[in-house]
Every structure is written in structure tokens, then in C-alpha cells.
Design a protein around this ligand. Sequence first.
Ligand SMILES: [Mg+2]
Length: 200
Amino acid sequence: MNPDPTQPQPENKETCSADFLRPAIFIDRDGTLNLQVIRDGKPYPPATLDDFRLFADVAEDCVRLKAAGYLLVVATNQPDVGRGTQTQAVVESMHSRLLELIPTLDRIEVCYHPGRGELSTHRKPAPGMLLDAARAMGIDLARSWMIGDRWGDIDAGHAAGCRTILIDHGYAERAPERPPHFTVKSLPQAVGIILAHPLP
Ligand SMILES: [Mg+2]
């Protein structure tokens, strides 16, 4: 018997719960959103708020991703805080600036772990920051992407079950454990790839 279209229909719980999960773009910070400092072929974060400068058109790139239906989550290692060579206050001031300049950002995950061979569940290449954000925001990791400029970003994205895009600035450093799904030269190129893959 056909249901009466004039009466409210029972909710399909399975559909509701699948629809609840949303796709996200996990975005690295230094070298992806803002300019990094290069010394001896290796990238370093800006040391002061005055040195914190975004690449051109980054806010517009994020608007395009948001309009395509993605949550936007920054995931950044800031080990200098854990090593005592940077203050948490300066990093937080940079993130306040970041949220002002890119108002489409939904969340910033930061890991202050010093690295240097000590194990961490959250410092990229570990996926902890991505998994925490997924739990907190209801993110569908399999429909999500990780964009970053270093091997740890790509390995973290793989470990979380996301598709990965390397922005290759040609650093003198090791490659990811597993190659990225795509390699580009800039954030606008990464956005172009994501928008060319409609959400399933
Ligand atoms: Mg980076």
C-alpha cells in the first residue's frame, strides 16, 4: 500500500545517520595557507605575527571549497612550542589572525608535540588531529581530503583514510611513506582537483 502523501512519513534512521556525516578538507598551515621561511632547502614556520603572511587568494580558495559542501579544518604541527623556542601565545595570535583573514575556516587543530623521535598520536604523520576533528564535527573521512606541503601531511591523510594532495615546493626532505593521490604546485591547483571530483 502506498503511503498517504498528506501524512508525515516516518524518518529513515539509516539515511539520517549517513547524511549527518559531512566531508571536510583538512588543510596544513605553513607552506599551504601561509608563507614559510626556507633555510638550506627546508621550510620553517614564521617566527612572529608580523611575519605571518598568507599566500595570495587563499581566502577565496577556501570560499570555493566551502561552497562545494566541505567543512574546512586546519591541522598544524607547531613543535617549536614543545621545544621551548616559540610561545603558545604567539602561535595563538597567528591563529586568531588566520580566522579573521579566512572566515570560512571551521576549526584549527594544533599539535605542540616537540617531535625529535618521540612518539605522538597527534603530531603529523600521525592522524590524531584529523581523527579528533572528525569525532567532534561528524566528519566522513572517506569523503574528505588532506592538503599539505610536506610528507607528514600526506602520511597523516592516508592514515585517516582521506584522499591526499601534496603541494610540492621542492623541499630537500624525505618523501611520504605512500605517494599522494595528487601532486600540485599551489593551493588553487589543489582546489581545482577537489572541485573536479564531485562528492559521491
Ligand atoms: Mg606545511
